[in-house]
Ligand binder design. Sequence first.
Ligand SMILES: Nc1ncnc2c1ncn2[C@@H]1O[C@H](COP(=O)(O)OP(=O)(O)OP(=O)(O)O)[C@@H](O)[C@H]1O
Ligand SMILES: [Mg+2]
Length: 246
Amino acid sequence: MNPAIEFKGVTKSYPLYHHITGGLKNMLLNLPKAVREMTAQSFVAIEDISFSINKGESVAFLGRNGAGKSTTLGLIAGVLRPTKGSVQVNGRVSPLLELGGGFHPDLTGIENIQLNGVLLGLTRKQVAEQIKSIVEFSELGEFINQPVRTYSSGMMARLGFSVVAHLDPEILLIDEVLAVGDASFRKKCLNKMQEFKQKGVTIILVTHSAADVEFLCERVIWVENHKIKQDGPRSEILPLYTASMS
Ligand SMILES: Nc1ncnc2c1ncn2[C@@H]1O[C@H](COP(=O)(O)OP(=O)(O)OP(=O)(O)O)[C@@H](O)[C@H]1O
Ligand SMILES: [Mg+2]
């Protein structure tokens, strides 16, 4: 059986920007050399990462800020391309990546639901059929008719998750959005993810909450310094990770 996600020797690097030395005039006079110097250096966000995730697994990516977790999810979602190596994804991906990332600030909550629903693969008809349920799930009340730029981060997370909860994913990617939700909404989201899991959806969760990992994930991939430090059963890896953080 094909794995749902397979990374083979994946590196993602970004060009490194640094200060112009020797002044702007000097740089312009020696432009080819200056450009060569500026683009030669790059910053490695993840380096030579390999792993394979089977259909129906629920996996947590843990690690310090800047370790490379969101980069990994971006590669799975297809919004980033690897610099080296290969990324294979088999299945329909529903991503909930950075907070408010897919929203247009000047559109209302309702309008953003319509836009996002279609962008994430629903037909207009499906969006129309589901919209009442999406709004109810979000519990945003009257705010659903306000432009999203007026939303708090928790309200933004509610809107984003409510759309994703109504999709039909094979692979669900959730990057930390639960962190800003209040306790009751977090619980609702975790239960929804549990429901997806029971249906056999592959779940990839990035979180800093050990409790969320306990609740949802059987496997932990611990990313440190842009590489995989540990990959194994939650019961083994989570205590090691928690201990290293304190
Ligand atoms: N567009 C970019 N350009 C340059 N560097 C980037 C870019 N995106 C990420 N990076 C760098 O890549 C590294 C990994 O970033 P990433 O966002 O994957 O970390 P993370 O593990 O998700 O961290 P956090 O827990 O803070 O969300 C960081 O050092 C970051 O500065
Ligand atoms: Mg991140």
